[in-house]
Design a protein around this ligand. Sequence first.
Ligand code: ATP
Length: 621
Amino acid sequence: MSTTAPAHAVSQDPVHDSAGTDDPKAQQKAGARALNELMKPVSVRLTAGRILAVISGIFAVFPYVALVHIGDVLLASYNSGAAVDDDAVRRWIRILVLTFALRLLSYFIALLVTHLADIKLGHIIQLRMVKRFARVPLAWFTSTNSGRVRKALQDDVGTIHQLIAHQPVDGTNAVVMPVALMVYAFIVDWRLGLLAIATIPLYVAAMSMSLRGMGRKTVELDQRLSTVSARMVEFVTGIVVVKAFGQVGRAHRRYQDAADDFYDFYTDWVKPLIRVSALGTSFLAVPLVLLINLGVGSILVHHDVVTAADLLATSLIALLIPYALETLMNSMWAQQIAGASALRLVELLDTPTLPDGEVGLEPRCHDVTFEHVSYSYTAEADAPLAVDDVSFVLPQGSVTALIGPSGSGKSTIATLLARFDDPRSGTVRIGDVPIAALPDLYSHVGFVLQDPQLLTISIRDNITLGRPDATDDDIRTAARAARILDEIEALPRGFDTVYGADAGLSGGQAQRIAIARALLVDAPVLILDEATALTDPESEHQIQQALSALARGKTVLVIAHRPEVIKGVDQIIVVNDGRVSAIGTHDELRDDPDYARLWRNTGADARVSHTAPADLDGDRR
Ligand SMILES: Nc1ncnc2c1ncn2[C@@H]1O[C@H](COP(=O)(O)OP(=O)(O)OP(=O)(O)O)[C@@H](O)[C@H]1O
């Protein structure tokens, strides 16, 4: 039974439409919108963090004010030869220490608030994802989409952490602190103020050089990084096949090429940035600032226009400005990178869901009706139909087999009954109720797929997955009926054995545990994938017996791969090219050309004459 994602399971939201374009500007805008949307639940906390960062930035000025006053007191005493005014010095030192402590404290609380907001947002995103995915069509959960979810929850939530937890504080601080300090520098003396900001144009020029093309490059960086991860996942998940066919070198090369490509792109981009940054730090930052401020400033001191303390304070202020600008640049970059992550998260959180059922609706009986059902895996109007205008009835308590060539649409029809997705047109009903309206479909429809999907939990929990309140007696009865009880009891920890950790199980054993699970839920409609073709005859016999126990009294739809196994069922539906070509019993269909061809093409005729395979229906009556 196929569970691959239909291509229509993507959002139609404008945010995502922009995300889908190659235009970096549109992507940036979409990223910014996605970030705003994502941050809404913690916007009050982030605003509080920003306000505290503003307070912290303003407090940054006061230690300099105190410094100037202490310098002035000391200079006054030096110039006049009088004793130092200890009280005044102590008072200003107290102010210096206090305001410095208040600056640190408000900065610390601001970071605390934004970090708490980050934790809250992470929690909200995870909850929203879980709630969303509970309502997403089951067909959506392919390995590609599961990989997207894993990447989003691990990498993208981590990326936006930087933005939520640090950027509001550091970004605000990087604007408010230099502005406040520059205002103070101008208050001290307008000439010193001008000196303090004299190097800013050079920084802005260096920064704009660094930022040139940043939006486009950041988008490209993100895309190349995704390619590297995708190639790595592809290599690791396919390692068994790749090794078996001696293609390790080739598969590895795809990853290596992606990694080399990323390396070349990143170094080409970053090298000039590092040069600009190194130039800025080593040449512009300290030496040039000191040269301009102390060089020109000392002339002002010499002419008694300002005091040495004034000059010292404004020079220190000038030294801080480059670092503030660098922080501002980093936070702008963090914002762009986080935009791409936010887009991916919002897109996942907006994964289309199936409409909910109506509370309280219960079908009057368990006949199943397909009424002119059509389905395509993509939403486009001209998409090929995997199921084309299919109508049939499964009478309550009967066994119906779907048979047809590979790719004819058997699995798709079965998945529509399990509501892995809704049909493009037509209706599937149980009794008188469309399955889309049933609030608790899986208490009505059970399924045993080719892949038994056991989880790494105890065998008991695997069996009780659909009915956690089952008693030990119920569990043993289900396991006995599924012909697996003795084998579970022979395991060292019996029902407490953790599947995959304490013990592995053969494919046939895992199948029978899945059958025990379905037996316990006891859903009146059952979808079975006749999957025993690949197991050995002993295992096949046991599985057939278990399935017969499971099918007893239920409305059963079997996806059949071998005609001989379903010979005795109540009804056979022959599917061809997504359409129903014939319906009837084995005897009624003997002369149907499609049915006869299936017997011939699958070699069933020859097998039936040599063996007498266990009939799915054999034990039911
Ligand atoms: N996830 C998917 N996306 C797009 N097309 C799909 C997808 N899954 C199946 N199809 C197409 O739908 C059609 C019906 O496929 P389906 O798996 O239902 O056939 P089937 O009869 O069950 O085949 P098999 O016996 O080989 O399992 C095929 O043309 C197939 O290529």
